[in-house]
Design a protein around this ligand. Structure first.
Ligand code: SF4
Length: 387
């Protein structure tokens, strides 16, 4: 039975190609005014250096809508000894202007474990905030919107994992971090898209088996099976953003943009990976663009990622496929402001669940830290058993 922790955005909220348009510039202006915040000369001067990081995506005329909230949030962070962990899929004004630590799930999990701040605000979805709380139980972990869920996390429960373990005793359970604390608590080790292949190889070696349970993403499981050659048992979970990409999209992109370099995230279907030029986690995609500087590129992942990578590679031309994650877009500047102002919404996990979930995350973090591993394109498919 799926665990639903999110109500989807309405069509009008989630349509369109501008991630910030989900709530809108006027919404931000109104939100600032309702909180007694204004674009004063002091706010303009203080936030001018931050605008340099986002001027490629936020027109100057829109900046007065965001700057008062950004200024107020940064002041509150200092007063409350708080940090903001900003995922790569956050909109640019959050990612670059209030985020203290930025990156993919694995990078943020490491920061949560190491920060000495008293308060963590998770600019990401609910399972990420749970991961921070699991690793930093003495800190107050806040999420700006409790409805910020994830289709993968909602696809499976701890009870489902217990049934799978009964059916396949003796096999290691590797769980993607995009899952609830309940699911992590039933697992042997976690993984992210950065290290999934390495973790599966490690688990097969440690347990001395030729099959590994990798939950809950069907496509990640198929892509990891092809990389490692290890037989995998998986689940029918899918990321609702990445499953929408098709091999036909790639054919059309190549026809419309000759010479374009196509980078795919491993939550995409295997035929999309096969038709791409490079595949890897969000961290690996960012590294590729920053190091190789392709003239024109498309990232087959959540839309905001392109805006955030573009700040580090302004000479690269990004074609944006505009697949937004409606859950990530629940997180807004005004939501972050309210979270800090009212110390809401605190993430709480039962201690017995937290302790068991931490063991699975610790097992992942104990593995040698390595550069995000790319997925080799063109590897033969290996059958995956879906339960
Ligand atoms: S992009 Fe996909 S995996 Fe990430 S939070 Fe959204 S639904 Fe979940």
């Amino acid at each position: 039975m799926a665990r639903i922790i999110d109500a989807p955005l309405t069509t009008s909220e989630s349509s369109g190609c501008d991630p910030r348009a989900v709530h809108g510039t006027w919404g931000a202006l109104d939100a600032a005014a309702r909180r007694g915040l204004a674009y004063t000369p002091e706010v303009a001067a203080e936030t001018a250096p931050l605008y340099e990081h986002v001027k490629h995506v936020i027109p100057a005329v829109e900046w007065p809508a965001y700057a008062p909230l950004i200024s107020a949030i940064n002041k509150m962070k200092r007063a409350k000894h708080a940090v903001i962990l900003a995922h790569n899929y956050m909109t640019a004004e959050i990612f670059h202007c209030v985020g203290d630590f930025r990156g993919d799930s694995l990078q943020l999990a490491r920061e949560a474990a190491e920060t000495d701040a008293a308060v963590i605000v998770q600019a990401g979805v609910h399972f990420m905030a749970e991961t921070s709380k699991i690793l930093a139980p003495d800190k107050t972990v806040l999420i700006p919107d409790m409805r910020a869920g994830c289709s993968l996390a909602a696809s499976i429960t701890g009870a489902d994992v217990r049934l799978i373990k009964q059916r396949f005793p003796g096999l290691p359970v590797v769980t993607y971090v995009n899952t609830s604390a309940d699911v992590k608590a039933e697992s042997d080790v976690c993984c992210t898209s950065s290290n999934a292949a390495a973790v599966v190889e490690w688990a097969a070696r440690e347990w001395g088996v030729d099959r590994v349970i990798l939950l809950p993403d069907e496509f990640l499981a198929k892509n990891v099976a092809a990389q490692t050659g290890i037989k995998i048992i998986s689940w029918h979970g899918r990321c609702e953003v990445h499953e929408r990409f098709t091999a036909e999209d790639i054919t059309e992109l190549r026809a419309a943009h000759p010479g374009i370099v196509i980078l795919a995230h491993p939550e995409c279907p295997p035929d999309v990976m096969a038709a791409s030029d490079f595949a890897g986690s969000t961290a690996a995609l960012q590294d590729y663009v920053v190091e190789k500087r392709p003239a024109k590129v498309v990232l087959l992942t959540e839309c905001s990622m392109s805006d955030n990578v573009a700040a580090a590679a302004p000479d690269v031309d990004f074609v944006r496929p505009c697949n937004l994650c409606p859950h990530m877009k629940r997180i807004t500047l005004e939501g972050i402001y309210d979270a800090l102002a009212n110390m809401q919404h605190e993430v709480i996990i039962p201690e017995d669940v937290r302790v068991r979930a931490k063991k699975a995350i610790d097992a992942m973090l104990a593995l040698p830290k390595e550069k995000p591993r790319a997925f080799e394109i063109g590897r033969p498919e290996v059958a995956v058993e879906l339960v």
